[in-house]
Design a protein. Structure first.
Length: 270
């Protein structure tokens, strides 16, 4: 009888220790992810990124992030470029121990995107340019004349790949809004719906994709969606400005031409 009690108490103690260990690991992991996003994100985008909290269950693989805010590049006046109240995700828990983490789904509901433009550039395009520059994906330089062949040097070692890569099977952004702000027209603004964004099969190959590549693809989709949605609104704001200019007895032909030309150049495909 005594032996039975000892075994029961030992089992209970082991269960308690195991639960506490899992909770401790989960807490550490949540903090590590939050710290990673707030450290890695600004280096990649060259804008401030803050996050209130991250929650991830090692048992179910479900998780969420709350109050993600992506700031604006220098020179832009609105306080932020992207706000996400909550985003949920589902991943394969066992993949956390492998080289490639498998994320089954990411759902971002109701983000707020700010599209700020001076009719020459916009904040989202600038962030994308920052990412391209950071990851080495910018425009290629013109070819240079060939130089005389030099003695072969020892090949430089390739950059080490990230310890973890990703596979994201389904990434959905829905119910979003775009706040359009035209600083060139006295800061006039409007709010319009953001078209739903659905990305699938990211990093399904054996090597997966890096976190930087994932950020690039998502930002690119947001920038394209917001630009598409904002095109008509910016044009309408521009027409209103032209109308008001004429209405107050100021012909402003140069200003009118500047506004209409700026709108055309802003959304011209390059």
């Amino acid at each position: 009888m005594l032996m039975k009690k000892i075994i029961i108490r030992t089992v209970i103690a082991l269960v308690v220790v195991l639960v506490l260990a899992v909770l401790a690991v989960s807490l550490f992991l949540d903090k590590a992810i939050k710290s990673g996003i707030e450290t890695f994100g600004p280096k990649l985008t060259k804008v401030d990124i803050t996050l209130q909290s991250v929650s991830l269950s090692l048992f179910s693989g479900s998780g969420s992030i709350k109050d993600l805010v992506v700031g604006n590049p220098q020179g832009f006046k609105t306080p932020s470029a992207i706000k996400v109240g909550i985003a949920s995700l589902s991943l394969e828990p066992r993949s956390l121990l492998s080289d490639k983490i498998v994320v089954k789904s990411v759902t971002v509901q109701g983000p707020e995107i700010t599209f700020e433009t001076d009719l020459k550039n916009n904040n989202l395009k600038k962030i994308m340019a920052n990412v391209q520059e950071t990851t080495g994906g910018g425009a290629q330089e013109p070819a240079k004349p060939r130089e005389p062949a030099q003695p072969k040097e020892q090949a430089q070692p390739k950059e080490a790949k990230p310890a973890k890569t990703l596979e994201v099977d389904d990434f959905v952004i829905s119910g979003g809004k775009v706040h359009v702000a035209v600083t060139a027209l006295g800061g006039q603004s409007a709010t319009i719906p953001l078209p739903d964004i659905h990305l699938q099969g990211l990093g399904t190959g054996p090597e997966g994709i890096t976190p930087a590549e994932l950020v690039k693809k998502v930002l690119e989709a947001i920038e394209q969606g917001a630009t598409q949605a904002a095109a008509g609104t910016v044009a309408d704001i521009g027409k209103g400005a032209v109308y008001l200019s004429k209405g107050i007895g100021n012909p402003g032909s140069n200003a009118v031409e500047s506004v209409t030309k700026g709108i055309g150049n802003l959304f011209k495909k390059k």
